[in-house]
Design a protein. Sequence first.
Length: 128
Amino acid sequence: MIVYQMRERGQRRHPAQILKAGGVKGWLHFRPAPLDDYSPAVNMQAFLTDGQAGPELLLCLTRARLRIDGVMQIAGTEYFLRGRKGRADRWRQSWLCVPEGQEAEALRRISLIAVPPSATGFTEDDDG
């Protein structure tokens, strides 16, 4: 499976950034997260590994939701630990997933993404 990360630190990425970074090839897992006392409801998690039982290639998505519309779209929350005792940073993340050989469909979908206007009201095309 080829996975394209649609966000960086919770912020939507520009389509050019997504295309430049490219997709990550790996084995996609989507399954219920282990139950614990803090979250008795069943939550799903998604992660991408190098092979069926290899190391993780991307940060795991918790509370993951899946939508299939020609391609797979997975949205969830990724946690990044700052240190052994530090709090984890938590960011929204979404993945666009396609089987190998279907990269053209992913690139077509990425090129259709509307770029949000900047907070200043100016766009990248403005000269100043």
